[in-house]
Design a protein around this ligand. Structure first.
Ligand SMILES: [Zn+2]
Length: 311
């Protein structure tokens, strides 16, 4: 299952956080001690074995290397799922718009490392029923498989050197790696490639399902540097005369200085914002006729006040 929690919601890693029986067994088999490093090593071994060196990295080509014999896509499934069968695994992927199902597939491949795959029908290591830590490791595995650190970092810097604009760089990385905007954003932040306060994706929606009050609202935000202070809550609406709103209604990139009062972001900022149509946010039959979603990056012009969002 794919977790898209923010850094704030991530459980604090206690000393025993990684000590599930399956993870310990996986580490013994891999001859490693650090679980995060170990799953990244496994991801890179698979890419090497599949002779995949440039983006996009398609997990469908990797799956057979982990004895995945069949991949099924479902619109109705509530979660993606890995099921052991005689001779390997079947993966059912919950179909999601905008390349998110690519991440789900990679995540499920990650779970195969917590099975004994030499058995006729793979069995869970130590009969472990799974844990939050294993879910987290599968996300780390998926990010490395789809956006391997070395290649991703080089591509990001090459694109930025060509465009000079981070917002544009994120769009190009998304296309190049065929992953969701959120996956690219989290990777850029995680690897410390981009520095500043926050990346925000906006879309036109109501606060609650079935509610009529549709506005340009925060869809998600990824805080750079310090998640505690620069988190912008979902569903907060954009004010009328802001770069975010204008980016949604016209084409092209907006880059400007502006005074903001947006949750924890209070003061003078430099904003990059660009509107785009996205399969993730536009309903299928209305794509290109609805107002655009917006990707924005917001940097402090000078020091940043760190008042917590009162929402
Ligand atoms: Zn999972």
């Amino acid at each position: 299952m794919l977790r898209v929690g923010t850094k704030e919601k991530m459980p604090k890693k206690r000393l025993d956080y990684w000590k599930s029986p399956a993870i310990l067994s996986f580490l013994r088999r891999a001859g490693e001690t650090d679980p995060e490093a170990a799953v990244k090593v496994e991801a890179n071994k698979l890419l090497l074995a599949a002779n995949m060196v440039i983006a996009p990295f398609n997990p469908k080509k990797i799956a057979p290397l982990r004895k995945v014999t069949s991949i099924k896509y479902s619109d109705s499934a509530s979660n993606s799922q890995l099921t052991p069968v005689k001779g390997g695994f079947i993966i059912a992927v919950k179909r999601a718009a905008g390349s998110r199902d690519v991440f789900s597939l990679a995540h499920e491949i990650g779970h195969t490392f917590f099975y004994d795959i030499e058995a006729a029908t793979p069995i869970r290591l130590q009969r472990d029923i799974g844990s939050d830590a294993e879910e987290k490791l599968c996300d780390i595995f998926a990010a490395e498989l789809l956006m391997p650190e070395k290649t991703f970092r080089e591509d990001a810097l090459t694109i930025f050197n060509n465009t000079g604009i981070w917002c544009e760089t994120l769009f190009q990385l998304r296309s190049l790696y065929n992953v969701s905007m959120r996956a690219v954003t989290e990777r850029v932040v995680e690897l410390g490639i981009l520095d500043g306060p926050v990346i925000i994706r906006w879309s036109w929606k109501s606060k609650l399902k079935d509610e009529k009050d549709i506005k340009l609202r925060v869809d998600w935000s990824v805080p750079l540097k310090d998640g505690k202070h620069y988190f912008v809550w979902p569903d907060k609406p954009a004010s009328e005369d802001t770069a975010f709103m204008r980016a949604s209604l016209r084409s092209g990139l907006i880059r400007e200085e502006a005074r903001l009062k947006l949750g924890a972001l209070q003061g003078d900022f430099i904003i990059e914002a660009k509107g785009y149509h996205s399969k993730e946010t536009d309903s299928n039959n209305r794509i290109n006729s609805t107002p655009k979603s917006v990707l924005s990056i917001v940097w402090p012009k000078i020091g940043l006040q760190t008042k917590r969002d009162g929402n």
